[in-house]
Ligand binder design. Structure first.
Ligand code: C5P
Length: 329
């Protein structure tokens, strides 16, 4: 069936995208260039802009490359339906808030605690899928989600970190702020993803038009954020200061591609399967990083976590026919 094909294709591309993102980010860390650093807030704006441009191209293609059809769709679906368009401001605003919360979390927690705690989003996503979409999960599926969460937490557990100077500086107060931020981000990640899924699956409009609506708000919030955080620096050295080829590849192309793939995964598969795909790609990138970049030595915790994640993936599919799912058309 075409939709089953699209489901596995979108999940496969997500694994590829997440893996290449993690690998290029690791690689870029080893290249410490001189001069100005690029502004993360500017990369967000460029990525949103590229996403909108790509989605416009996809809608254009879906309408037999007719400029007239494209402009009529945009008018009908975006301009003439302001309420429907405004609905997308909710996930967009939440994602913007989430990206900032994760930044607060990373500045107040060590990277390992951050990554491990953020995996709780697997469970919040399942809870929102059940409460907002009426999805039903069997006992094996709940169990597999718990195992997945535990497994990916072990995979990301730090290998011996004897005396991490950064860790010593973190006071109990900042740990508390960091943990609070990451827990709120877990809730917002689950909610925004499922809210977007609800809009996609309950209305007929194409995923790319929805993504343009989402991106418009993303671009607006992004520009606002860039001017608020980095306004002075942008005025002084411009918005593209410190960009190099790697910045374009990592922060812009891969992140923009990520947004598009996530939208496709939410449309053709669902948010829970997205959690499995990203977990598997974290393992894949770590193995590649071990063999290729040689910057990581797997520990026994890592192997145990890998086994748990793979077990959870099979267990989730084991009870493959849960009660009929009302949200899937
Ligand atoms: O951590 P989480 O899975 O919630 O992150 C989802 C990311 O995907 C967010 O950064 C969000 O901006 C992005 N996204 C997107 N386009 C969508 C849905 C999500 O760019 N349609």
């Amino acid at each position: 069936m075409a939709s089953a094909k699209l489901k596995y294709l979108s999940l496969g591309i997500l694994v590829f995208q997440t893996t290449s993102l993690v690998l290029t980010m690791r690689y870029s860390r080893t290249l410490q260039g001189d001069g100005l650093r690029y502004l993360a807030s500017s990369a967000v704006v460029v990525a949103e802009f590229l996403k909108i441009l790509t989605c416009l191209g996809l809608v254009f293609k879906d309408h037999s490359y007719s400029g007239r059809a494209l402009s009529s769709i945009l008018r009908q679906e975006i301009l003439h339906k302001p309420i429907d368009t405004l609905k997308l401001a909710i996930p967009s605003g939440i994602y913007t808030l989430q990206n900032n919360l994760l930044y607060v979390a990373l500045s107040n927690l060590d990277a390992a605690t951050y990554q491990v705690t953020y995996q709780l989003k697997i469970l919040t996503t399942a809870l929102f899928s059940v409460s907002m979409l009426g999805r039903r999960l069997g006992v094996y599926q709940w169990l597999s989600l718990l195992i997945l969460m535990a497994g990916i937490a072990l995979v990301q557990w730090p290998a011996d970190s004897p005396s991490d100077p950064q860790k010593e500086q973190l006071t109990a107060g900042s740990q508390f702020v960091g943990l609070g931020a990451v827990l709120v981000a877990c809730c917002s990640s689950g909610f925004a993803g499922v809210y977007f899924e609800k809009i996609l699956k309950e209305t007929k409009q194409s995923v790319w038009v929805r993504n343009i609506q989402l991106g418009m708000f993303g671009l607006f919030f992004g520009i606002f954020g860039m001017l608020a955080y980095d306004g002075d620096r942008v005025q002084e050295h411009g918005m593209f200061q410190g960009y190099n080829t790697l910045t374009w590849i990592v922060s812009v192309l891969i992140i923009a591609l990520g947004g598009l793939v996530i939208a496709a995964v939410i449309k053709y598969a669902d948010n829970i399967l997205k959690g499995f795909a990203t977990s598997l790609s974290i393992i894949l990138s770590t193995f590649i990083s071990y063999f290729w970049l040689e910057d990581f030595k797997p520990t026994s915790m890592f192997f145990l976590g890998t086994v748990l994640v793979i077990m959870a993936t099979f267990l989730y599919g084991y009870e493959s026919k849960p009660a009929p799912n009302p949200s899937r058309a």
